[in-house]
Design a protein. Structure first.
Length: 94
């Protein structure tokens, strides 16, 4: 399965959850920091390969929602965050 398709499906189904959980400012901060970190790591490991896209940002958002869900063990968010673990595994496996 193509990681771009996974990212698109994630953004379509989970974007509202992130905004509701983190608030707009934190959502934008997580998205931006994840994007910059992914770009810098990509440039470090493969300096002459172009790095374009939102994959790092999506992975950062998935990681953030899983992390918050693990911290909030007995809430609806914890149950919902378990849906994102297979997404994280599929993205990392590619």
């Amino acid at each position: 399965m193509n990681s771009h398709f996974i990212g698109f499906c994630f953004m379509e189904t989970a974007e509202w959850q992130h905004d509701a959980v983190f608030g707009t400012n934190r959502y934008i901060t997580i998205y931006t920091v994840s994007t910059l970190t992914g770009f810098l790591l990509s440039a470090y490991w493969a300096p002459f390969v172009p790095s374009v896209g939102a994959s790092a940002a999506i992975c950062g958002l998935v990681g953030a929602i899983i992390g918050v869900g693990m911290r909030e063990k007995h809430t609806v968010l914890a149950r919902e965050s378990k849906r994102f673990i297979p997404v994280a595994v599929m993205v990392l496996a590619q």
